[in-house]
Design a protein around this ligand. Sequence first.
Ligand SMILES: Nc1ncnc2c1ncn2[C@@H]1O[C@H](COP(=O)(O)OP(=O)(O)OP(=O)(O)O)[C@@H](O)[C@H]1O
Length: 606
Amino acid sequence: MSETPVEAGLPMPDPHGAERVRGASGVLALLNAADILAAADVHVATRVSALLDVGDEAAVLALALTVRAARLGSSCLRLETVAAELGPELERHVPREQWPADLWPDGWWDRVVASALVTSPDAVLVAEAPLLTLQRYHRLEVSLSDRLAARAVAPVPELDTERLGTDLDRLFEAETFADQRAAAELVARSSTSVVTGGPGTGKTTTIARVLAALAGQHGTDREGRERPLSVALAAPTGKAAARMREAVAQAAEADVFTPAEREWLATLDAVTLHRLLGPRPDSRSSFVHHAGQKLAHDVVVVDETSMVSLLMMERLVQATSADTRLVLVGDADQLASVEAGAVLRDVAEGLQAAPHPAVATLRTGHRFTGAVGALASAVVGGDAEATLALLRSDDPGAPRLVDHDAVQDVVAGLPVQQARSLAAAAADGDAAAGLVALGSHRLLCAHRDGPWGLRPWNEALEREVRGFADPSRPWFVGRPVLVTRNDPGLGVHNGDTGLTVERDGRLVVELDTGRSVAASRLPAVQTAYASTVHRSQGSEYAHVTVLLPQDDSPILTRELLYTAITRTRGGLTVVADEDTIRRAVERRTARASGIARRLSARLGGS
Ligand SMILES: Nc1ncnc2c1ncn2[C@@H]1O[C@H](COP(=O)(O)OP(=O)(O)OP(=O)(O)O)[C@@H](O)[C@H]1O
């Protein structure tokens, strides 16, 4: 599954790029000026079109828009709805009278299909009416759907169903948890299953208990030798893996387990998906484990699957053998991976076409009592007025909605206190206290740039403790950082956070994973007083402050708001006006991918 030479030369677009392209002309320049096409979309489309000698501007535009769609998380583009979707956005920047007459040209689809973008041996687009898909995503989607479809109808690993029933009765005694018991049974009886549910609905509890039940089936191999169940627990980021490990250890303390089960559960570790698959120094997209060298576990459980990209999901399923149970756990209502593919939601939807769909949804929250849980339900249910009523509550400790005018007061409270605590802990060299302070609060923004993006707030808080903010000299004692790229060599992962301290005259980052790394060796980090909601996935904080932008933005969606508010373990402040909240609750993330359709078709659905 290698890339074509043209594809290999494609840069991966920066999801947040919003600059002008010098030298762009025609429709591309117009859409770039309106911030619909980012610089990277234009560059990729013009470069590839030049390489493939494509002269038709309509085809180049379709490619630029498909690259844009990928940047925004869709693996494909529906050409026929482009005019309706982008027209209103364009009109806000450029009056309709100034649009070229053939902006969305007649016969657009046919012109794209006839172009070398689709017909060349080096084609970068696949056209399957009505969708245009980048070749690299198309290959991944086909492979993933085929493999999942095969798994969905494959015989299930052997099971002593009588014993399973007895064990599950013991492990899920109370009637209140009947949905969890049903989910556990589905996991045990399927070779691929999906368990989704919001925060605190008992996903980890269910997984720990079903693993104990499966372990009970596994005492010895055919020759009578002792062979305990081999389980891999994995998550897309280091942070999420660490949380998974802790959550399973905590779930193992329940008194429903026998001492032997508890002891066995305590031995389970969780790793990143990258680590599970085995990174290779020469490649970011191929791994030690693949179709020819499968993982050797009896069960592979992936947590936070909503954050898994299409590429990683395909690589995982490829490396999972037919007699390994694969369990995908996550919250399908959350934001999907920044990279292409709303994989969890799509896989769950596609698997519904299987003869025995192994998709369980847990709906009862057991952790959030009261306001945050109710708020999360109102947002997921698309009920803007209920969301606003809950945010306007005067109850002490309830989530608070604060108008944009009062943002400075909000930032002067918890965020400034936290920045000072971090500085004080770092000055004392007390990494443990610093990491506690780091988990106490997080400022979450929808965007990276712009007045409501994370940059100005990170700089404001930096000034608060440092006296000035200097992007050219970003390191200082007390700087909280978020790692933005995996570096297996250093043992750091995308999503790890840490605090900068001084040790023997050198700046060192004490990470929440327990590692210490010299600041100079960590190139891919950002200051982490504030982070984007996307980056906060898989993490939780004692209090969360959410800053939503004043201007409307397509990024403000129900999934973004839901993900932001469910990052808190207790306190929540949302800075936004009521219209922003309404629009966010009503706007769903529109992500196009062919996985659900393709998987469903393979399974004989419509
Ligand atoms: N069957 C159960 N019996 C007793 N307590 C339970 C049960 N299910 C859930 N809980 C309690 O509810 C809380 C949330 O459960 P759990 O951590 O399993 O949820 P989760 O869906 O994995 O949450 P998150 O997505 O935030 O990780 C825990 O404190 C857990 O002990």
